[in-house]
Design a protein around this ligand. Structure first.
Ligand SMILES: Nc1ncnc2c1ncn2[C@@H]1O[C@H](COP(=O)(O)OP(=O)(O)OP(=O)(O)O)[C@@H](O)[C@H]1O
Ligand SMILES: C[C@H](N)[C@H](N)CCCCCC(=O)O
Ligand SMILES: [Mg+2]
Length: 211
């Protein structure tokens, strides 16, 4: 297993946190959301604590907790906080770490740095999460191109939602990426249904094997 894996996505609100919770649970690992914007609703770390089924202490504290549910750069400005990339250094841990960004790759942390710049420094393998609904081909292929332009290793793509066989195949072919699996919409979404769906939908060896 690699020491860490970055979960990014084509957009915000597509299911990165739910997939990250499932993956951290499956790996019996740790979860880290370094920058959380939006504190009024359940935070991503709290969602993972609820869904991953991990023992206490496996969800690391965020480095930045920003009040407004906006792009982190703006949320930080409103809170009077300057996000410093140097503070987002990788923690050393005794097990695999699942790291979630916020939104997609080009989301800014401040007026100079975007998530993709940090991912590029970390040099960790990345899993790209994508919706299956219309519009996703463009978002997914642009995201893959941006990762490749920076030589960021791509483990593969995870789809979230109802099966769209041609869409998934088209992205995998044009993007030259592996399809790691598809997490269906779960109702109810609980720790148990998520764990069962993760086991049924993903081959851990494929994910843990890296690029
Ligand atoms: N597989 C799923 N089954 C049921 N509901 C889901 C699933 N995936 C995501 N959701 C729901 O969709 C919403 C958005 O998901 P999630 O918070 O994981 O998105 P995200 O990509 O992490 O967003 P952000 O960019 O804010 O971190 C949540 O309400 C979540 O419970
Ligand atoms: C508030 C939201 N849930 C995320 N935490 C942040 C998403 C930032 C998206 C910015 C953008 O691409 O316009
Ligand atoms: Mg999230």
């Amino acid at each position: 297993m690699t020491r860490g894996i970055v979960i990014t996505g084509t957009d915000t609100g597509i299911g990165k946190t739910v997939f990250s919770a499932g993956l951290a649970g499956l790996l019996d690992g740790f979860y880290w959301k370094p920058v959380q914007s939006g504190l009024e609703e359940e935070t991503d770390s709290e969602v993972v604590e609820r869904l991953a089924g991990l023992p206490a202490g496996r969800v690391l504290p965020e480095v930045y907790r920003l009040r407004e549910p906006l792009s982190p750069h703006r949320s930080a400005e409103i809170d009077g906080v300057a996000i410093e990339a140097a503070k987002l250094s990788l923690p050393a841990l005794p097990g695999p770490l699942v790291i979630e960004g916020a939104g997609g790759l080009m989301v800014p942390l401040n007026r100079q740095t975007r998530f993709i710049d940090i991912f590029s420094q970390w040099r960790l393998p990345v899993i790209l999460c994508a919706r299956t609904t219309l519009g996703t081909i463009n978002h997914a292929l642009l995201s893959i191109e941006a990762l490749r332009a920076r030589s960021i290793p791509i483990v593969g793509i995870v789809f979230i939602g109802d099966e769209m066989a041609d869409t998934q195949k088209t992205i995998a072919e044009f993007g030259n990426v592996r399809q790691l699996g598809r997490l269906p919409h779960l109702d109810p979404l609980t720790s148990a249904t998520l764990r069962d769906a993760m086991i049924a939908s993903f081959d851990l060896a494929l994910i843990a094997g890296g690029e």
